[in-house]
Design a protein around this ligand. Structure first.
Ligand SMILES: [Zn+2]
Length: 208
């Protein structure tokens, strides 16, 4: 599997284009369509995954789905985030209200899209709609895990206790590398240390 990393228009949120034997899977939708088209080339796009509904990750999702003729997979709570002018965190308070291309994920499940097998893990805390995905031993963590930290838990629909529980979940999952929604990538050993540190910080806060 080849992974192309594109930098999005807002807050440098990443779009990942996964390529495997003439097929593509797109993770997050914050980069202009032209950049994504170039990365996809002549491959067939088998699906789009959203890590969560914040505007920097989701803004072009319907445009991609229409262009590539595929479905968007996302946690069922993403509608709560994307239709809320505050919770979506768009610069101009615009919302996304068309979910006709969406197929909603409930809880943890496996997805098979073309050549791609994906394990989905519901990981709320940064927002109520965060979903992490593992394909080929790579964890696409959105804004749950970063190279040097975790996602913010002070936003609308954030929850520190939920973030703590999501970190516990990811601690018990197997992966080799982490590709985050922003910033650099990291590996399993590094993230096990990162998770322990932030679990300690979080538990202090919600227990007080
Ligand atoms: Zn976010």
């Amino acid at each position: 599997m080849e992974i192309k990393t594109l930098v999005g228009d807002y807050l440098d949120a990443h779009v990942y284009v996964l390529k495997n034997n003439g097929e593509c899977l797109i993770i997050d939708c914050g980069a202009k369509l032209n950049k994504v088209k170039e990365a996809v080339g002549t491959d067939r796009v088998v699906g789009i995954l959203l890590t969560h509904g914040h505007f920097d990750h989701s803004c072009y999702c319907n445009e991609y789905a229409e262009t590539f003729g595929c479905k968007i997979f996302a946690n069922e709570n993403i509608q709560i985030t994307m239709t809320d002018s505050v919770a979506i965190y768009s610069e101009d308070y615009s919302t996304i209200d068309d979910f006709s291309y969406f197929e909603f994920i409930k809880g943890d499940r496996n997805l098979s899209l073309g050549n791609f097998n994906i394990s989905c893990y519901y990981c709320p805390g940064h927002s109520i709609c965060c979903e992490c995905y593992i394909s080929d031993n790579i964890l696409f963590s959105g804004d749950v895990l970063f190279e040097n930290g975790i996602g913010r838990t002070d936003l609308k629909n954030s929850d520190k206790k939920q973030m703590f529980e999501s970190l516990c979940k990811l601690e018990n999952v197997k992966f080799e590398k982490v590709y985050s929604g922003h910033g650099g990538s990291s590996d399993y050993a590094f993230q096990m240390k990162n998770i322990k540190i932030f679990k300690r910080f979080l538990s202090r806060e919600f227990k007080e």
